[in-house]
Write a protein that binds this ligand. Structure first.
Ligand SMILES: Cc1cc2nc3c(=O)[nH]c(=O)nc-3n(C[C@H](O)[C@H](O)[C@H](O)COP(=O)(O)OP(=O)(O)OC[C@H]3O[C@@H](n4cnc5c(N)ncnc54)[C@H](O)[C@@H]3O)c2cc1C
Length: 295
């Protein structure tokens, strides 16, 4: 306990290395795994929740691991989902749009950072993505904001969230409002994330919280076999860890230094009170990760 309050600072910070090199196992190692799943999802924010739900609905046994208590940036975001191509929300608001116009506009915005194929798929499946989110409980509304704003008031939930109406964009693609804001007051990130989390719970998806993935486990051919993670002891330490992290997220905009101190205490708990070396294996299915999901 004394050590917990004498907090290391600066260069002595206990902040973990964000990306450790993979652990390479040869086939003969005969490793014992702590758990197995068809699909392991690292991170239970918006992307992880969507990936887990899709994998589960395709019959996979899914295990989700989250360093904190889920939600991530998604739960504190503005809850605006960029969608178009003629979503039913756009139609109800009297807006016409199609996937080609959306693609032309986004091509100018992303400037090749996203591959053409991925962007094309994003635009072509956009109408279905909104329906999919709604089926999992995410609420949208066809209340069109009549003026350009960086973020609408609580009266509006469909708006021009980008530069669609300005040159050179409007000359290349017919403008359409595509910012689909989840229904909820203020910054309704929780209105977007909460239903996905609840849907994952209803689907019986196993989620392990306060569990940080430290590195991938690969075989000699560099194929991913599983992950290694550290899990905070359940009980007092995991609850304290959760509360400290939640407090840090709440104050970070007003007092970054206090938030950094709270975070440092989380690192301390992780260093002193977590079980190390537990591994999870999956079978031959591809990995679902935060970077590949719909959000
Ligand atoms: C204030 C704010 C407002 C925003 N508003 C919008 C908006 O309106 N519209 C929009 O499109 N975007 C918005 N963004 C950006 C958007 O929130 C993010 O791009 C999006 O949430 C990323 O989703 P994600 O699931 O990839 O990550 P996250 O939601 O951040 O989830 C990542 C999860 O991974 C966990 N994790 C991290 N490392 C590990 C590890 N090693 N092991 C296990 N778990 C781990 C974290 O605990 C976290 O829960 C906003 C961002 C902020 C900060």
């Amino acid at each position: 306990m004394f050590y917990f309050f004498s907090m290391p600072k600066g260069k002595n910070s206990l902040a973990p290395n964000p990306a450790e090199a993979p652990l390479v196992l040869s086939k003969t190692d005969g490793e014992k795994w702590d758990d197995e799943a068809d699909v392991v999802v690292v991170g239970f924010g918006g992307a992880g929740a969507c990936a887990a739900l899709e994998a589960s609905s395709n019959g996979a046994r899914v295990l989700v691991l989250d360093r904190f208590h889920g939600g991530g940036a998604t739960a504190i975001s503005g809850g605006v989902y960029y969608a178009g191509g003629g979503t039913h929300i756009q139609s109800e608001a009297g807006v016409t749009d199609d996937a080609d116009e959306m693609f032309r506009y986004l091509s100018l915005e992303v400037k090749g950072v996203v591959s053409e194929e991925t962007l094309r798929d994003f635009c072509d499946t956009s109408v279905d993505s909104v329906t999919w989110l709604e089926e999992h409980g995410v609420p949208f509304e066809a209340s069109l904001c009549p003026y350009k704003t960086s973020y609408p008031t609580d009266d509006y939930y469909l708006y021009y969230s980008g530069n669609e109406g300005f040159s050179p964009y409007k000359d290349a693609a017919k403008p359409a409002p595509r910012g689909h804001r989840a229904k909820g007051a203020g910054l309704p990130g929780e209105s977007f994330y909460g239903p996905l989390r609840d849907s994952a719970q209803r689907a019986g998806i196993q989620v392990e919280y306060e569990t940080r993935v430290t590195r991938l486990v690969v075989d000699a051919q560099n194929r991913v076999l599983g992950v290694e993670y550290r899990q905070i002891e359940k009980g007092l330490w995991s609850q304290l860890y959760r509360r400290l992290n939640q407090a840090g997220v709440k104050v970070v905009n007003y007092s970054p230094q206090l938030a950094a101190n709270l975070r440092e205490r989380c690192y301390q708990i992780e260093a002193n009170s977590s079980a190390f070396g537990r591994r999870t294996a999956w079978s031959s299915r591809p990995v679902a990760s935060s970077t590949t999901a719909r959000w």
